[in-house]
Design a protein around this ligand. Structure first.
Ligand SMILES: NC(=O)c1ccc[n+]([C@@H]2O[C@H](COP(=O)([O-])OP(=O)(O)OC[C@H]3O[C@@H](n4cnc5c(N)ncnc54)[C@H](O)[C@@H]3O)[C@@H](O)[C@H]2O)c1
Length: 418
């Protein structure tokens, strides 16, 4: 049985550990967070896509989580799945990747295959990981293999899972690429080998930049369509009947999650650093997408005004505060700047989200409304930020005094749409 160490047991690392464990790997999850380790070893999962029952099976198959870097010594394969956030001034913060690769370099004793999955700027695998692993005179393909493979996990997506989503793999050398393809082919249906690590790194950034830019496009169109009296939702519905050359993207209160608001900045950073000029599409999309929470606040103020009410002192109910529907993940959710913007203008805010029982905004922690119907009836305006499937939008829209739908999810003609 081959030994796999997955560094970082979060949204990406834990599903990978599960798939590899299921395929017969002896998997160890290496983590810096002791609480995460203790919970995982006691059968309690913090990742929605891996229920406790699935974790239980992993534990029965020998999976263990640990904080002890020495487990790397016996690893045939090490995959790094640690966070890559933005640091000061919007620059990539690779500190977790650097620390993870330092642990690998200190403990590399076999001809181990090392793969980076964390999203990063082009060149990271060759410029940061390779020199670190070559310390002490080790040589690539002789003493270790090195590749990059971007993660495409879509939390909460029941159709496209790790196993059936094609996996892009790029080795720093062809031999390293072959090793990585062989590894993933054990538990992923389609493995796509690309020319090199840089191409694999950039492919991930292209995917997310493409989404970011297209969301920016429809957000800008939503704003001027409103001014022009055009229903943007009807426009998109019509355009998407074209069977080729068009993919529908939708406006909303802003982009959220761990990828779309961050990954394009990694690409922008690397273009600026190497070539000295910005990646203008990304700058523009960022400007537009970042303006959406304020735009929502403005529209709420206008709607209340049209009903002879001021935003200051009005009771505002926010529905759905996670960054996407039907999950609890709140990372970079636009609900926060929307709530802060409304609060700064004196609105009295409450929220409902069954996935998020406690939520922090405007400096304090609040509890989700316990009685949704009563909360809807009591609010001067109800704002749909996330259309969780449990919401009966027909009933909410007809019971609300004003219903503002930022997601185009309601069919009720009395709803006000973004
Ligand atoms: N979440 C997603 O939907 C998603 C999708 C595609 C790609 N990604 C990318 O995958 C990477 C990981 O994201 P995530 O969502 O799994 O993050 P996460 O925060 O859910 O999990 C990362 C884990 O790594 C641990 N960690 C940090 N530094 C460590 C170290 N030096 N050694 C061991 N463990 C360490 C953290 O404690 C945490 O538990 C990021 O680069 C992200 O951009 C995420």
């Amino acid at each position: 049985m081959k030994n796999l160490v997955v560094i970082g047991q979060g949204y990406v690392g834990l599903p990978l550990s599960q798939a590899a464990s299921h395929a017969g790997y002896n998997v160890t999850g290496l983590e810096v967070n002791q609480e995460v380790v203790d919970n995982l070893n006691s059968g309690s999962s913090h990742v929605e896509d891996i229920p406790d029952l699935a974790l239980q099976t992993m534990l029965e198959n020998g999976y263990r989580a640990t904080t002890d870097n020495a487990v790397i010594r016996d690893a045939d394969v090490v995959v790094i799945c640690v966070p890559t956030p933005l640091g000061d001034a919007g620059r990539p913060d690779l500190s977790a990747v650097e620390s993870a690769v330092a642990s690998v370099a200190e403990n590399l004793e076999k001809k181990t295959l090392v793969i980076l999955e964390s999203t990063t700027y082009p060149g990271t695998t060759e410029e940061v990981l390779e020199p670190a692993l070559e310390s002490g005179g080790r040589r690539l393909d002789k003493d270790f293999y090195l590749a990059f493979s971007p993660e495409r996990i879509d939390p909460g997506n029941k159709t496209w899972r790790l196993e059936n989503t094609p996996k892009v793999v790029g080795g720093v050398t062809p031999a390293s690429g072959d090793e990585a393809v062989e590894f993933y082919s054990k538990f992923i249906e389609t493995v796509v080998k690309v020319k090199g690590a840089k191409e694999a790194e950039t492919a991930k950034l292209l995917e997310n930049t493409y989404r970011h830019i297209n969301i920016g496009l429809v957000n800008e169109m939503a704003k001027f369509s409103h001014e022009l009296g055009i229903d943007i939702w009807e426009v998109i519905k019509a355009a998407k009947t074209k069977p080729f050359g068009f993919q529908a993207f939708y406006p909303g209160p802003g982009v959220g999650g761990h990828c779309i608001p961050i990954d394009p900045s990694y690409l922008n950073y690397s273009v600026r650093k190497a070539l000295g000029h910005p990646f203008r599409f990304v700058d523009l999309a960022e400007d537009i997408n970042n303006s959406m929470p304020n735009y929502v606040v403005q529209r709420v103020q206008d709607l209340l005004n049209d009903h002879q009410k001021s935003l200051s002192g009005s009771k505002v109910l926010l529905l759905g505060v996670s960054y996407k529907a039907d999950i609890a993940d709140q990372r970079h959710s636009p609900a926060i700047p929307v709530a802060n913007g409304l609060a700064s203008k004196g609105a009295v805010i409450s929220y409902h989200d069954a996935n998020v029982p406690n939520w922090k905004f405007n400096g304090s922690t609040h509890e989700s409304a316990s009685d949704l119907d009563a909360a809807v009836a009591n609010a001067d305006i109800v704002i749909l930020l996330q259309p969780h499937r449990e919401y009966d939008l027909e009933s909410i829209a007809s019971n609300a005094q004003i219903f503002f739908d930022t997601r185009g999810a309601s069919d009720n003609p009395e709803s006000f749409m973004l």
